[in-house]
Design a protein around this ligand. Structure first.
Ligand SMILES: NC(=O)c1ccc[n+]([C@@H]2O[C@H](COP(=O)([O-])OP(=O)(O)OC[C@H]3O[C@@H](n4cnc5c(N)ncnc54)[C@H](O)[C@@H]3O)[C@@H](O)[C@H]2O)c1
Ligand SMILES: [Zn+2]
Length: 358
């Protein structure tokens, strides 16, 4: 088992990563010294695969867990289901010491985390992420929240978990398309922070996608280490943390313009990363060859690279403008300087689109 620590003084927490370790969860949660009543938040698909092991493991460690299911899908990450979780947690008799355990992908993690942050002003929170995206990204760093009719993730808070427990075996049941989408965030870390990881992926991204235990534990650990470091330095995204938005400006716009139906988040971000790399090359921030290497790796992961046909520049610029990260007309655009290093470029939405040649 590998452990990475997110250093945040008294709110520091471990991320434990292993293969076939789900059964060990109860013992580890007990070491947090919290109350016996516990809530496991999940959805029906994940519950049918891993619900029983998690509940058994908690019961063996003398917890009294209640399994609470929310329906599968991003459309349920809203205030109505947030309220539903509170109702069930209170009904189950949870108190201020009771741990809330999120078992699932980013949707379950964000919603359960926000509920844990607000129930009785905050109860212990444990993330057990079961998608690649959640294991390398959403379970680490403390962003929790729900969507609003006006946009994604508009309501929420920072609330760090007390423990992140990652079993890479859970990825074996994940649909391949979801694995590829998670791989987009892995590639993102490599591009912005780690030439070593990038070269490794260039050597054998197919190996990672075959879900071999040792390779996966290693790659997930590396990604968690990279994110943990960024979060430790800038928990609330005052500066450095925004490099994690690489590819997301255009990626979000593509998601919005296709009504969140056509692309998974990682697929849209893949398009956004290719766009950002080409723009970086066009503006002279990086070599053309760097953009070409990034594009080639994304293509090898089986991810899309091009803005969908029929989406013209003006519409794209307007969608970027509507995003919540635009302040005083300019976007803090994350550009690539070289593999493993970025720089910020303050650009208007029109410049982003025109300079990339759209
Ligand atoms: N908090 C953050 O920092 C952060 C970062 C990135 C993304 N997010 C959020 O994460 C969400 C996306 O997360 P996601 O990509 O994990 O999507 P998801 O939670 O919807 O999971 C994807 C699908 O996989 C299924 N699934 C989960 N684990 C499985 C397994 N082991 N086997 C088989 N099926 C499984 C789920 O039921 C779902 O249908 C979005 O809401 C996004 O806003 C949050
Ligand atoms: Zn993302």
């Amino acid at each position: 088992m590998e452990t990475v620590t997110v250093e945040l003084s008294e709110r520091s927490y471990p991320i434990a990563i292993g293969a076939g370790v789900l059964d060990g969860l109860g013992e580890r949660v007990r070491a947090l010294r919290c109350g016996r009543r516990a809530a496991v938040v999940t959805n029906p698909a994940v519950a049918s695969l891993y619900g029983a092991s998690v509940v058994d493991s908690l019961e063996s460690a003398s917890f009294e867990p209640t399994l609470i299911e929310i329906p599968d899908g991003e459309e349920h990450k809203n205030l109505a289901w947030f309220g539903f979780l509170h109702d069930h947690m209170l009904q189950a008799g949870l108190d201020r010491e009771s741990p809330v355990i999120a078992l699932g992908g980013g949707v379950v993690g964000d919603l359960a985390g926000f509920s844990a942050a607000t129930l009785l002003r905050g109860v212990p929170f444990v993330q057990v992420p079961t998608t690649l995206l959640a294991q390398v990204d959403s379970s680490v760093g403390g962003k929790t929240g729900v969507n609003h009719a006006n946009g994604k993730n508009l309501i929420g808070t920072f609330y760090q978990p007390h423990l992140v427990w990652i079993d890479v075996h859970t990825l074996r049941s994940l649909p391949e398309r979801q694995v590829r989408a998670g791989m987009a965030e892995v590639i993102k870390y490599a591009v912005i922070l780690s030439p070593g990881l990038f070269e490794r992926l260039e050597e054998g991204i197919e190996c990672v996608m075959r879900l071999d235990d040792d390779v996966l534990v290693d790659v997930v650990r590396l990604c968690c280490e990279l994110k943990a470091k960024v979060v430790s330095e800038d928990e609330r995204e005052a500066g450095l943390r925004s490099i994690l938005n690489f590819g997301h400006t255009v990626g979000h716009a593509v998601e919005v313009l296709t009504d969140y139906r056509e692309y998974l988040h990682g697929e849209a971000i893949a398009i956004g990363m290719v766009f950002a790399s080409r723009l970086s090359a066009a503006k002279g921030h990086c070599a053309g060859k760097t953009a070409a290497r990034i594009t080639a790796l994304i293509r090898r992961a089986g991810l899309p690279t091009e803005i969908p046909d029929g989406l013209d520049g003006e519409v794209l610029a307007a969608a970027i403008k509507a995003d919540k990260k635009v302040s005083s007309g300019k976007i803090k655009f994350v550009a690539v300087a070289e593999i493993g290093r970025t720089r910020f470029d303050h650009l208007t939405c029109e410049e982003i689109v025109a300079d990339a040649g759209y």
